[in-house]
Design a protein around this ligand. Sequence first.
Ligand code: HEM
Ligand code: HEM
Length: 185
Amino acid sequence: METTLASAQRYSRGAIVLHWLIAMLIMLNFAAAWIAEDMPKAEKMQMMGNHKAIGISILVLTVVRIVWRLMHKAPPMVDTLKAWEAALAKVTHGVLYLLMLAIPFSGWAMSSAYSKGEPVPFFGLFGVPALPVGTDKPTIGMFHEIHEITANLMILLFVIHVAAALKHHLIDKDGTMRRMVPWSK
Ligand code: HEM
Ligand code: HEM
């Protein structure tokens, strides 16, 4: 049996699985958007179709993750953290959660406005209903802008987040990474 100390210092298994699954899908979706930019029209449409479906999946998984998080307390922070580090971690995590909702929502709203209310195809399996937003050009432009700005903000926070995780793992060696990996003892 796992020691209670080790499990109390680690995120729940569900939180860990959702963290890494969502992180991978987000990176994949950035790649899809960037690769699509230089593609010919037909391929671009197909790639962006995948981008939208992956994005909707991220939104659903994020809602599940937030509900899971509210039901399972996070382990107490590593006690060697300085007060400013703990505060920065809390703010970064909070803003990451907000962006994990705001980016796909703005994408969904942009697509709904652009397609004039047509559902967003989900890998050809079914249509995700359009959001009730305007269909005029300024509305499309506004959601596009929000999508782009929030995506850029996520890149910034991702860099801070990963740099902090690596610093704690490689320099401080304080066990922060072990809290979020499934295989550690
Ligand atoms: C887009 C990708 C990622 C997103 C959106 C993300 C988001 C988050 C969020 C929101 C938390 C807080 C969990 C909570 O308290 O509920 C978290 C924790 C954590 N993440 Fe990430 N993450 C990403 C990628 C990564 C990567 C690549 C690493 C490692 C290099 C990493 C390492 C960690 C660690 C170690 C924690 C636990 C921090 C602690 O103990 O306070 N994350 N992540
Ligand atoms: C976490 C999920 C998502 C991430 C990280 C993401 C990221 C991005 C990025 C980086 C771009 C390129 C921005 C630019 O310079 O124009 C983009 C474009 C786009 N995204 Fe997303 N996106 C996500 C979810 C969605 C969703 C759910 C939809 C729609 C259902 C969507 C629809 C679009 C569309 C249509 C474009 C192209 C806009 C254009 O240039 O015309 N995205 N996305």
